[in-house]
Design a protein around this ligand. Structure first.
Ligand code: GDP
Length: 334
């Protein structure tokens, strides 16, 4: 019998075609101190200029600046697949003299997206839910310090159960390869000590080809990714135009794996792990939020506590009571 007639064999193709047609929604958050190269890296990653209209505050204004959340959208296409990317930026993070609790707006923002999704999922039109949940947070760490600072630890602790964190060392051209390795090790140790969960790369399937397995292992070893960003195209490497940063002592190439981990980060975000980041957000992080919500509603007195909660801005009376602890559908009124 002709292979074409075996229905299941065509399933991956069918799903693939359906996904291509539909496209992907993906929300990426960038956080970290100002000046660590976040905007430059995003522009380099997606070959776009997402920050054309950005206005940088004066140094004096930064002393009292509070954190704001900004959303920008862009459509990118990779290998014929469209991704509707929403970028969530957090300007003002760590800029103020008093940074205590400055991460609260971020936590609130992430929870609000979960809350919106829960509300939509419990509503009538569940088919066309717009997924605005944050699927990944690139957290920028300074290359000039000796690891994570207290503010980094506080921020990561506050969000690690709500979003997939990918730690990134910005402006890695400030480090010698040996220094970069030492800083990476220090950060990995601190994350372990502080019990901060970052995004766990899934194990590679045993039937993957050797090349893929090698790339996957390399990628896992390079966390936190030490990256260099640049939108400038320099042409002094032979005759080939490359994006890089030119110095009197030579040129740092953004896409050269011997110079930084940019390619590894780009590959994982755009090509290999986009879907997994979405799945972990839905299956683990959102489910955790949903379970906490339902538990708090099921406990007597929880309504009062929830409405007093610092993070919950919406009245809990608006949240429909679940019909049982394991489903989101509202209880029928008798
Ligand atoms: P943001 O405030 O974190 O968004 O940082 P920007 O992307 O605006 O970068 C701040 C400054 O650092 C700009 O002058 C950039 O040209 C420069 N910059 C960005 N990325 C790098 C990098 O990887 N290495 C170096 N040396 N400078 C960078």
């Amino acid at each position: 019998m002709d292979k074409e007639y075996v229905g299941f064999a065509a399933l991956p193709n069918q799903l693939h075609r359906k996904s291509i047609k539909k496209g992907f929604d993906f929300t990426l958050m960038v956080a970290g101190e100002s000046g660590l190269g976040k905007s430059t890296l995003i522009n380099s990653l997606f070959l776009t200029n997402l920050y054309e209209d950005r206005q940088l505050p004066e140094a004096s204004a930064r002393l009292t600046q509070t954190l704001t959340i900004e959303r920008r959208g862009v459509e990118i296409e990779e290998g014929g697949i469209k991704v509707k990317l929403t970028l969530v930026d957090t300007p003002g993070f760590g800029d103020s003299v008093d940074c205590s609790d400055c991460w609260l707006p971020v936590v609130r923002f992430i929870e609000e997206q979960f809350e919106q999704y829960l509300r939509d999922e419990s509503g009538l039109n569940r088919k066309n839910i717009q997924d605005s949940r944050v699927h990944c947070c690139l957290y920028f760490i300074s290359p000039f310090g000796r690891g994570l600072r207290p503010l980094d630890v506080a921020f990561l602790r506050a969000v690690h159960e709500k979003v997939n964190i990918i730690p990134v060392i910005g402006k890695a051209d400030a480090l010698m390869p040996r220094e970069a390795q030492a800083l990476k090790q220090k950060i990995r140790d601190q994350l372990k000590e502080e019990e901060i969960n970052i995004y766990q790369f899934p194990d590679c399937d045993s039937d993957e080809d050797e090349d893929f397995k090698r790339q996957d292992a390399e990628m896992k070893e390079s966390i936190p990714f030490a990256v260099v960003g640049s939108c400038e195209v320099v042409r002094d490497i032979g005759s080939r135009p490359v994006r890089g940063r030119r110095y009197s002592w030579g040129t740092v190439e953004v896409e050269n794996p011997h110079h930084c981990d940019f390619l590894n980060l780009r590959r994982m975000l755009v090509q290999t792990h986009l879907q997994d980041l979405k799945e972990v957000t839905h299956d683990l992080l959102y489910e955790g939020y949903r379970a906490r919500c339902l538990q708090s509603l099921a406990r007597p007195g929880a309504r009062d506590r929830a409405s007093r909660s610092k993070l919950s801005r919406r009245s809990t009376a608006e949240i429909p009571l679940p019909c049982c602890p394991c489903c989101p559908w509202p209880r029928r009124r008798s």
